[in-house]
Design a protein around this ligand. Structure first.
Ligand SMILES: NC(=O)c1ccc[n+]([C@@H]2O[C@H](COP(=O)([O-])OP(=O)(O)OC[C@H]3O[C@@H](n4cnc5c(N)ncnc54)[C@H](OP(=O)(O)O)[C@@H]3O)[C@@H](O)[C@H]2O)c1
Length: 203
């Protein structure tokens, strides 16, 4: 009797028997729904979000002690903090979480007249090792051509970081296609209104 199912959920398909059987199913034209690798999700959250909170907690008291000398913390998020793409929703979510955290932290620092400026750099896709075959084997050789050349990114990022208005540094298409100059401004205005409203409620 032929295998009668057209769609199969395979648990434990990242290696071994599960991986081999999933490959066989794909070879036979059956759609395979592999489960989300939750260990990888935990690691992604730790690397892209939680570690920044640890670093902030560790460095902030030191930087605050330098007052009145101006200091700053520069966080690298991504244009994907603003718009998720279908290819890597977990990565986009960690960047969005860090972006929200940064927005709130920056205002907290301002409310406290702090000497620590909170800066956020938003790269678009850039040609780095992030997309190479070691880090994203599914992309193979194509990965190295993804995004803008690294030297062009560095020049634009440096210009933004060196500008007077350097709290938020969106680079290349993050400004336009990914919404920084558009609806992200509306979101941040709404956040300002919300914070002012909550402050008023407290008095
Ligand atoms: N490239 C892009 O298209 C792009 C787009 C938007 C945002 N970004 C963001 O820009 C930042 C830099 O990315 P990239 O493109 O330069 O990536 P990359 O070429 O892969 O470099 C990542 C760097 O982070 C280090 N690293 C990774 N995991 C670490 C950990 N757990 N603890 C300490 N260091 C760790 C790596 O060190 P090892 O080599 O020792 O692991 C490497 O030095 C990331 O936050 C990324 O999300 C990149």
């Amino acid at each position: 009797m032929p295998f009668e199912y057209k769609k199969v959920l395979v648990l434990g398909a990242t290696s071994g028997i599960g991986w081999a059987l999933a490959s066989k199913l794909v070879e036979k034209g059956i759609s395979v729904v592999a489960e989300v690798d939750l260990e990888a999700v935990d690691l992604e959250i730790l690397t892209n979000y939680t570690s920044f909170l640890h670093l902030t907690k560790a460095f902030l008291p030191y930087l605050q002690k330098q007052a009145p000398k101006p200091t700053s913390m520069i966080y690298t998020t991504s244009g994907l903090a603003l718009v998720p793409i279908l290819y890597c929703p977990g990565y986009c979510s960690t960047k969005a979480a860090l972006h929200h955290h940064i927005l709130a932290l920056r205002q907290q620092m301002k409310d406290a007249d702090s000497n620590v400026k909170i800066i956020e750099l938003f790269p678009p896709a850039v040609q780095t090792e992030l997309h190479d075959a070691k880090h994203q084997p599914q992309l193979g050789d194509r990965g190295k051509d993804i995004g803008m050349p690294l030297d062009e990114f560095t020049d634009e990022a440096w210009a933004g970081l060196s500008a007077d208005d350097n709290e938020q540094v969106p680079v290349q298409m993050v400004k336009t296609m990914m919404g920084f100059n558009g609806w992200e401004q509306e979101r941040q205005k709404t956040a300002q209104k919300m914070w002012a409203f909550m402050k008023q409620q407290q008095h």
